[in-house]
Design a protein around this ligand. Sequence first.
Ligand code: NAD
Length: 490
Amino acid sequence: MTTAYQLPAFIGGTKQNLIGGRWVSAASGETIDVINPATGSSLGAIAAGGAADVDAAVRAARTAFEGEWSRWTPHQRRKLLLKVHDVVLDHFDELALIETLDMGAPLARTSGLREWTSQVLQFFAGQTGAATVATAPNSLPGDFLTLKSLEPVGVVGGIIPWNGPLIGLWWIFGPALATGCTAVLKPAEDASLSVLRIAELLTEAGVPDGVINVVTGYGKDAGSALAEHHGVDRIAFTGSVGTARSIVRASAGNMKRLQMELGGKSPDIVFADADLDLAVPGAAMGVYTNSGQVCVAGTRIFVQRPVHDEFVERLGEFTKTVRVGNGLDPETQIGPLISARQLERVQHYIEVGSGEARLVAGGSRLTGDHAGGYYIEPTVFAGATNDMTIAQEEIFGPVATVIPFDDMDEAVRLANATPYGLAGGLWTRNVSTAHKVSRAIDAGTVWVNCYGVLDPAIGFGGTKMSGYGWKGAREHVESYLYPKAVYMNL
Ligand code: NAD
């Protein structure tokens, strides 16, 4: 049963871009339809921005950067971020509903981001002192006074995916507002509405014109124009490896600083001494959360042989109880996939998996009342090996692949036998196993007896083909700054 919700007034019509404090249509006049993935019905349209719109936004961001903004004091910036915090939290029910309608995640999940959003904004509000200037000791002869400062890098281009815009945008706006940078954000063409609503709220909270700009559009148009633009000093990208490669090439013209948060094929290792009452639902939801459209999804579940068969049976049973449906239904645990294209992609991998391994649960598209949306059952494959396609390629759907192992060395070897290095998990009661294996996994984040926990003050990033650059923590803020030395011969 879907509870009746009043559609937010924001939903519907054609949205414009925010450039230099003004809402404007795409220069081409073209738009992109916004589809509700739960029903396949229209939610209106967004602007199909392109190179001209990106150019206008970058110029506005440059003007704002060169004005008063980059000289605001830490105190002024902290006050602004705390005001943004309050305004955004006051509107959080509406934002969660917009996100659910736009990208399908259950309302329970999007509403649950309230506390995280509060933490992330408070974290960045606490970082406004990072842009500093201080005298530095020197070893020069004579009467030299040396100063070292951290200066904002300038205009930041943000490019984010559709799987969690309500999270992704703060990783750009947060450090930009904390350091005195300005930003042009290009959200994903499949999920831009919550970003546009937040852009309105930022203006309401008093963010000066041009400091935050949003240009919606396709990656090949607006995205590549942002990556190429010589007025952009830094690109913060979250998305797939293929797109990252083209951004790295496009950004070479003016040597942009890059932050790359890319895909994953994360291992989740269940040792024989694990508490299976925790490990079964924990590992399952480590894959199924957000319909598997999570970069850190622990999609390769390695299970030690003594508990392998029991684990597979329990995982299959658990999977059949997971409620798939419209995100507006309070009972729903996982919503639809983002688009017809994504559904097709996941179905393709399920077909490949059925030829490679044994299908234990799921595998089908939902029909009947759900036929209009892009729903797929959570799916388990067992009897798999780590070299199979379903164990090597990022599916970005609720598909778990279970692979047996014998001992710790084999588990670590298999876990690391992937081009990715974003995250990993392990389940054990043995402290020594927890310590050794968590150190040995090549990944930016490892969870022990839990999965998916994220603290903005600790941060998050990847290694290998999962990218580089750290989101959250002091490192993130400092990557929006560059160090400068001043030598004064007095
Ligand atoms: P994608 O790479 O197709 O798109 C991401 C963004 O890049 C979108 O805004 C898109 O419009 C834009 N884009 C596409 N082509 C472009 C181009 N040529 N130049 C510039 N921009 C372009 O990725 P996706 O399918 O939307 O998202 C899923 C991917 O994102 C997965 O690989 C997932 O693992 C990854 N992801 C990573 C993290 C992380 O923090 N590591 C978080 C979420 C998602």
